[in-house]
Design a binder for this molecule. Structure first.
Ligand code: GLY
Length: 346
């Protein structure tokens, strides 16, 4: 049975003017001490819904690994510009999916450039559990999925993706893609797409859970950059870039322009910074600063964001540009939180 324990929660979101627990310390570096159970956090607005199935597992004492798989499966099922088979295609009109998963024992699995399989996150988990490998890609990943009993889905684009693709072909003329920040005239690969409920949606879903046993797991799934070159793979399926978990320290997921996450070995660097003593918030801010320094002026045109959770339940989040939000759920509350950013306005 789980012995409730004191978690330390760093209120990184204070930088964004928001406190998760409704307790403001007045400084982004102070911590509050809570007696609380599990936590799940996930990227973007879609995380609010994804956290529901994840929480259902966590609150019953289930594994963080199951929670992060089931949570993002929900997003893979939904009509979404950037996750799952309903997402925007590559330049040639095909949806290709990337995903990875990692548990508290450094077990990990990933798939990339996977076509016509509905739940890449579950295929990634099978790679982790049933093969001696970490990553399978393309045709080989699909072959493995089929052998594991996953169904080969239609290659038809969803109506929303077909409309976005047609629009992109007309308007963007294959120009270099841009970012997923709050520019609603943007037709780049991370351009937000308006959902049926009228909201704007973005990019990858990354999820981190801390279960009642005090174990961390993480998941990440995406269709990658919309209208990308065929064969392009971003950060999301790359362990250490889009996701990293170290149960001794914490976990991190990335979202945004994958090439710039890979350049700094994003998620693993955040965890290493935490190991060296930085809070999740400080670690996320440090890595974003590094991306901005590397990109210089060009940082104005890219969005990258990191979301991290320590093994004590401290949360941190930071982005290059405003517009990044994450969904938080624990025993007390469920909320969507706007993260702070390097640039203060677009
Ligand atoms: N972060 C998603 C991608 O770059 O593919």
């Amino acid at each position: 049975m789980f012995n409730r324990r004191n978690f330390v929660k760093k209120v990184g979101m204070l930088t964004a003017g928001v406190t998760v627990q409704g307790v403001s310390t007045g400084s982004s570096n102070k911590s509050i001490f809570l007696d609380q159970g599990p936590i799940v956090i996930s990227t973007w607005d879609a995380g609010m819904e994804a956290n529901i199935p994840a929480w259902a597992i966590l609150e019953k004492g289930g594994l963080a690994l199951d929670a992060v798989e089931q949570g993002v499966r929900h997003t893979e099922n939904s009509l979404n510009c950037c996750v799952g088979l309903g997402a925007n295609p590559d330049r040639d009109g095909h949806v290709t999916l990337d995903a990875c998963i990692m548990d508290h024992n450094h077990n990990c699995g990933a798939v990339a450039f996977l076509e016509r399989i509905k739940h890449p996150i579950s295929v990634a988990r099978r790679v982790m559990e049933k093969t001696p490998h970490v990553m399978l890609v393309g045709e080989g990943a699909q072959q493995f999925a089929l052998a594991e009993g996953f169904k080969l889905e239609s290659d038809q684009l969803s109506p929303a993706a077909q409309a976005a693709y047609t629009d992109w072909l007309h308007q963007s003329q294959y120009k270099s893609p841009s970012i997923n920040r709050e520019n609603k005239n943007d037709h780049g690969p991370f351009a937000p797409t308006r959902l049926q409920n009228g909201e704007w949606n973005h990019d990858t879903i990354g999820m981190i859970a801390l279960d009642k046993q005090g174990n961390l797991s993480g998941s990440c799934t995406t269709s990658g950059a919309g209208f990308k070159m065929r064969g392009r793979v971003g950060d999301s399926p790359i362990i250490g870039a889009g996701l990293f978990v170290d149960n001794q320290v914490g976990a991190c997921v990335a979202t945004g322009q994958g090439e710039d996450v890979i350049r700094v070995a994003g998620a693993s660097t955040v965890v290493e910074l935490m190991r060296q003593g930085k809070t999740p918030q400080q670690a996320c801010e440090t890595i974003i600063q590094r991306v901005v320094q590397i990109k210089k002026e060009r940082a104005k045109n890219i969005q990258v964001a990191f979301l991290a959770l320590s093994n004590r339940g401290e949360v941190g989040a930071f982005a290059i540009h405003p517009g990044f939000s994450f969904a938080y759920k624990d025993l007390q509350r469920s909320e969507l939180i706007k993260a702070a950013s390097w640039f203060k306005s677009n």
